[in-house]
Design a binder for this molecule. Structure first.
Ligand code: ADP
Ligand code: ZN
Length: 741
């Protein structure tokens, strides 16, 4: 049968095809750009998105679109523009970009009409017995029962399948056996229902807060694009400004997106926002099930949720009439996607989305990124400063402790300096709390042979193995390879009793602390102790309710937390990442120390901060001790300018990885040659070098760094590359955070 058709749609398919294909639009269908449609491809129906409607097709023969899958456009015009911009800027296919922008459940159309709930028909005891019985013969059914046994009130089928990774058939078998019950449900998966919040009122603002808010509200009222950098020291009341700006946006019937680093998406944060705005909020965190995400996404799209709070990817929410975008802790590296293309920086894309939607953008932080602050100096962003703490809390006193002298006094290596021991002792006596920060988890950070110098490294990665005392094994922090039991003899020279451990991690700090203060109650928060869902929250709640005296932790304890009883914070090894040969090393150290220090003295009690370092004369350490961002900025921006690093140039990093080291390096060099030919002399194409982690999971890694004034000419040349051998992967990172790893 001939379909009558007057127009064509170019459709991007979900299956891995890089290019959009043309299909005819039958008269019976009203197809719009952004819709999800079903089209035939090689005798099968596939789903895809309409990227363009056109009068003519460049193909001589086209098949017609079969049907429309989404009743409305999944991507509104604005998100579509953003996707196209990202695809070009981040040098990534539109397909891959759309995979970031649309949640999987939305793309796959996990509609709630098809939801099934699985509940127990037998008692827990009987199910446990059945589970044991099936373990050997029917492992999949046993796995299903394992999960069902953990869920008190039953579980959605989709979640069950996701958790077990099985098909529906073992579940059906268990239903047929009369062990489980399967029923169709229309569930409200909103993760917030059932929780009650006390309503809080807007606080009368301090002068600086009011000034900042006024500037932001002006932008909102005029419905135009402007980026505001809200630079306020920790505890200065930035969040209160956000809350009142959102309130104004609501009154103007404008939607808001607020981004926070994933780790600070805690009950503490959620509660603060819920208590002001209740129902109009959607909160997107990584613990949402597919179904919940689907529901939230559509609630936002329909305009029922006007405020969206979430981590990085919440930026792509289909908020109606978007008027305000807030990026809290804008300096945070977690906003950058490093692993997968598109390697986007959510803060930067937030500004782009703001420009496209004519929205006000607020970047808030206590330690602005060099780029953002530079933009205020250039007049691109509007600067508002909050210079004092909002409550009567004062800024903490900071002391730098020279560890070289401490080592002399102690006659060898020591984890705790004398001033720190005194400080902890005093807190224990007063019943106040302490936070100890160390950027390494595990017990010892390496094991080596004193005879031949051999270091035990991961067989798959270029990294020393870390000793974990609790589990009594060596582990790789890149690929999680485990060596168990720990070797007693050097595998390289076979010399007996020559092995020695080096370097301390949080696990050892905790143990050493118990030796010094047997009565102290400690909590350790790092990648090892927080593997389980919700464990962060539990730790932080325990600490804030006084169930421990000392919190020991990695990066995780530096961000956004508010513990009024903490009066001492110590950075155990302030030099940490200063040794990493990277242009952002100083910036990272400055931010880290300032953020950690900001956890001290947030209540009525005066806080104290101790920074232990072997480089007390280092300028960055001194500036962060003074919490003097202006000074730091002046020094650092001068260095960046001198060496022509961002913001005075743009960087693109190409990473090549493959199982064959020589072939990988060779391919990298071939690409480099093409880049040299394709780009003018104004572009600096660095020689190919091994990455900071030269091998990860048996893949050798090499990188090529390109530096120049603009990104576009670089991506243009990259797009025209004829490609690398199939065994080699090329990864494009625009505006990379690190030039080392
Ligand atoms: P930041 O986000 O800058 O770290 P917060 O907004 O969390 O700061 O404010 C720190 C503390 O000060 C909070 O307990 C908050 O409730 C309080 N606060 C903020 N603004 C005011 C204000 N105008 N009056 C009284 N208290 C305030
Ligand atoms: Zn490894």
């Amino acid at each position: 049968m001939e379909h009558s058709q007057t127009k064509y749609a170019s459709v991007l398919l979900d299956v891995a095809i890089e290019k959009a294909l043309d299909y005819g639009i039958p008269d019976t269908l009203e197809v719009k750009r952004g819709m999800q449609v079903q089209v035939p491809l090689r005798g099968r129906l596939r789903s895809g998105y309409v990227v363009e409607i056109k009068e003519k097709s460049s193909f001589s023969k086209t098949l017609p679109i079969h049907s429309i899958l989404s009743e409305e456009e999944l991507l509104n015009e604005e998100l579509f523009e953003l996707a196209i911009w990202m695809s070009k800027y981040y040098c990534t296919s539109l397909q891959q970009v759309l995979q970031r922008i649309l949640p999987a459940s939305v793309r796959k159309n996990v509609s709630h009409k098809q939801q099934y709930k699985v509940t127990r028909l037998l008692s827990k005891e009987k199910l446990r017995a059945l589970c044991l019985e099936l373990r050997e013969s029917h492992a999949l059914q046993a796995m299903v029962l394992d999960v069902v046994l953990m869920e008190e009130k039953g579980i959605l089928l989709t979640e069950l399948l996701e958790k077990t990774g099985t098909s529906r058939s073992p579940v059906q078998t268990l239903v047929n056996k009369g062990a489980l019950h399967l029923e169709q449900v229309r569930v409200d998966r909103s993760p917030l229902t059932g929780q009650e919040y006390f309503k809080t009122e807007a606080k009368p603002l301090h002068e600086e807060q009011a000034e900042a808010l006024e500037k932001i509200c002006k932008t909102l009222e005029e419905k135009r694009f402007e980026t505001h950098l809200l630079f306020g020291i920790t505890g200065s009341g930035k969040t209160e400004v956000y809350l009142q700006a959102i309130d104004r946006a609501l009154k103007l019937n404008l939607g808001t997106i607020m981004l926070v680093p994933e780790i600070s998406l805690t009950a503490q944060t959620i509660e603060r926002f819920r208590s002001r705005f209740d129902d109009s909020i959607a909160i997107l965190h990584h613990r949402l099930s597919d179904g919940e995400r689907y529901d939230e996404w559509h609630r936002i799209r329909r305009g029922e949720a006007k405020i969206v709070i979430g981590a990085r990817s919440a930026l792509f929410s289909p908020v109606k009439n978007l008027g305000l975008i807030i990026v809290d802790e804008e300096h945070d590296n977690a906003y950058k996607q490093n692993e997968k293309q598109p390697c986007y920086h959510a803060r930067d894309v937030a500004v782009v989305r703001g420009r496209m939607s004519k929205a006000a953008v607020i970047l808030g932080t206590a330690t602005p990124s060099l780029e953002s602050y530079y933009n205020t100096q250039m007049g691109k962003y509007t600067l508002s400063k909050l210079n004092s703490r909002a409550t009567n809390a004062r800024l903490p006193k900071v002391e730098i402790v020279d560890m070289r002298r401490e080592f002399e006094k102690a006659g060898g290596y020591t984890t705790f300096s004398e001033p720190l021991i005194k400080g902890i002792k005093k807190r224990l006596e007063l019943g106040e709390q302490t936070i100890l920060f160390l950027n390494r988890r595990g017990y010892h950070t390496s094991l080596f042979c004193q005879e031949c110098g051999h270091i035990f490294t991961c067989p798959h990665c270029d990294l020393a193995l870390t000793f974990h005392r609790g589990e009594a094994l060596l582990a790789c922090h890149l690929c999680d390879h485990r060596l168990n039991p720990v070797p007693r003899v050097c595998t390289s020279c076979n010399a007996p009793e020559t092995l020695k451990y080096k370097g301390i991690g949080t696990e050892q700090v905790e143990r050493a602390l118990h030796a010094l203060f047997p009565e102290a109650r400690t909590l350790r928060v790092d990648g090892d102790t927080t593997r389980h869902k919700g464990s962060h929250e539990r730790f932080f709640r325990a600490f804030s309710t006084g169930k421990a005296d000392i919190l020991i932790g990695t990066q995780m304890v530096t961000k956004g937390l508010h513990f009024p009883a903490v009066t001492l914070v110590a950075v155990l090894n302030g030099d940490g990442s200063l040794h990493i040969p990277d242009f952002r090393a100083s910036e990272n150290v400055f931010q880290l120390i300032t953020q950690v220090a900001g956890r001290s003295g947030r209540g009525d009690l005066q806080g104290e901060v101790i920074i232990q370092t072997q480089m007390p004369e280092n300028l960055t350490i001194q500036q962060s001790a003074k919490q003097d961002f202006e000074m730091f900025y002046q020094t650092e921006i001068a260095t960046r300018e001198m060496f022509s690093f961002p913001p005075f140039s743009r960087l693109v990093k190409l990473t090549f990885s493959g199982a064959d080291s020589a072939l990988t390096e060779q391919s990298a060099n071939q690409v480099r040659d093409v880049l040299i030919k394709g780009l003018g002399k104004e572009y600096l194409i660095h020689p190919i070098v091994a990455c900071g982690h030269a091998k990860i999971k048996d893949q050798f890694r090499f990188q090529c760094l390109i530096r120049g004034m603009h990104v576009h000419p670089i991506t243009t040349v990259i797009q025209q590359l004829s490609g690398v051998p199939r065994q080699i992967k090329m990864h494009v990172d625009i505006d990379p955070l690190s030039t080392f790893f």
